[in-house]
Write a protein that binds this ligand. Structure first.
Ligand SMILES: *Cc1c(COP(=O)(O)O)cnc(C)c1O
Length: 244
């Protein structure tokens, strides 16, 4: 297992580098985030010890389970799943530096209340549903700007950019349109100069589509399968609120 993780990591870093080269970008502009849902702490450690610095989970339960065993290795943790309000408190105990999946105002308000109480702030990305698939979370593209304006009023939440999951399709051009849509929203938001809003990060691209995402301006690619192997459940299992 260790061998294959290291080998896969090397391949992914090579893919990122090639994609940057193809699109005239500096590889230092694109961060690799390890999507570690269902991956054991032991296997995550292999990647961290090989020099990786950024991991993310989809479920608070998994964050909690792995937190203690990973604590001793310096790294940064983001959250990329559908967050339920009643789990905010637990999540805040686990040193998460960014929630990439903010997409509901009630969640933003509850997060803000809790952060105020704990005298903390939190970096967030706004998740946008660029593929128009019902199975996916994220604010509707047409509502993204209004949503960002509303969240910007909550001073404990520091908006750093946008996140999306592209369409799952073998048709690259359709996938590309999702990433272009995210980029367009980013540009619009920048032109509005909304106080308390930065649009630095575009978190887009996964195992199957990271090249296209990098070509369209991604600054964070989130990779799971291509490094740690296939998961036993389909992704909808991790994205659906009904499964705990
Ligand atoms: C699982 C997951 C990823 C990584 O997907 P892979 O196809 O395994 O690379 C990226 N983003 C989110 C939100 C995920 O849930």
């Amino acid at each position: 297992m260790t061998e294959s993780i290291l080998e896969n990591l090397k391949l992914i870093l090579q893919r990122i580098e090639n994609a940057c080269f193809e699109s005239n970008r500096n590889p230092s502009e694109v961060r690799l985030l390890l999507a570690t849902k269902t991956v054991s702490s032991e296997n995550i450690k292999v990647a961290l010890e090989a020099g990786q610095t950024l991991i993310a989970e989809n479920k608070v339960q998994e964050v909690k389970e792995k937190y203690e065993s990973l604590k001793s290795i310096p790294h940064e943790s983001h959250f990329i799943g559908n967050l339920q309000s009643n789990k905010i408190k637990d999540l805040l105990k686990c040193e998460i530096s960014c929630i990439q999946s903010l997409d509901r105002l009630d969640l933003a308000q509850k997060l803000h209340q809790r952060l105020l109480y704990e005298k903390k702030t939190m970096e967030v990305l706004i998740q946008v549903n660029t593929s128009n698939e019902e199975s996916k979370f994220g604010v509707h593209p047409d509502q993204a700007i209004e949503f960002i304006k509303a969240v910007s009023q909550l001073e404990t939440l520091k908006i750093k950019g946008l996140m999306t999951i592209g369409l799952f399709s073998a048709e690259t051009e359709k996938v590309r349109m999702c990433f272009q849509l995210l980029k367009n929203i980013q540009q619009k938001v920048i032109s509005l100069h909304i106080p308390n809003v930065l649009m630095k990060e575009l978190s887009m691209g996964m195992s199957g589509d990271l090249e296209t995402a990098i070509e369209e301006g991604s600054t964070i690619v989130r990779v799971g399968t291509a490094i740690f192997g296939q998961r036993i459940h389909p992704d909808s299992y991790y994205w659906n609120e009904d499964h705990k």
